[in-house]
Write a protein that binds this ligand. Sequence first.
Ligand code: GRG
Length: 292
Amino acid sequence: MTAGLAGLAARVDRRLPELLPHPAERPAAVHEAMLYALTGPGKRVRPVLTLMVAELFGERSATVLDLACSIEMVHACSLILDDLPSMDDAALRRGRPTAHRAYGEAVALLASLGLLNRAYALVAEAAHRLSLRRYTTEDMVHHLAAAIGSDGLIGGQALDLLSRPEEMNLDLLEYIHSHKTGALFMAAAELGAMAADARRKDLEIVARYAKNLGLAFQIADDLLDVLATAEETGKDTGKDTKKVTFVKLLGVAGAQALAEELLGFAVTSLDPLGKKADPLRELVRFVSRRSR
Ligand code: GRG
């Protein structure tokens, strides 16, 4: 991670625990599990994206940091759910036992809902505090809800779990990846743009960038599942053997080429923004080289 990226990730890391109830507060088990899942050593790519986009359009307040943290809360919620025995049945996440292995399934489920709820509250509070000209609080909350809903993360995850290998093709796989992963990247960028009161035209530019970045990020994840060890990634690897992925459909070289092509689209979409979008170009390089 470069200094710019690492600095933003560190700001997020410092703020995250301050935004949750104290773990000793009742119900302690749920609060502890929320903190455990949220503050585990993740890369913070999505909140960094929110911060970078907001800054690109001139907004660098503490309020934007809280908005960015709300995106990480949604992500942590989705990881808890994704790891459950009824979903991916994963044992390891971020180099530690998954939330349900550490706290039991019931507490992990309640913690994931606790994080999701806290995220919505934070977005509403941040939007209210920012008092924007172009966007309302309702716009921002609706935007996040749409990204998470059955036509967003939930939809992508559902089809990932329910699709049979024989019905899988590139089109369906693209739907799954761009919803289960791409939708939150897009919301992270769009909320960052909204927080800075960016023009709709500029919001669309960063949304296109994030769509391509998110899809490439998921393909890189599938590649790491076959190419890296659990020690390197901090999570179970080889989990996708029963799943159809881009690596299965296109082979390692084909999936790598597709990821690079998508990252190229992401970079090109930034052209109208000029040099001030350099941090977003740096984020593309990070995704292209990531090893965990
Ligand atoms: C209600 C929020 C919500 C979701 C329900 C379970 C679910 C629907 C969706 C799962 C989405 C999911 C976990 C997609 C995988 C995305 C992905 C590539 C995760 C790994 O992200 P990294 O590498 O992880 O950023 P770290 O640990 O660095 O944060």
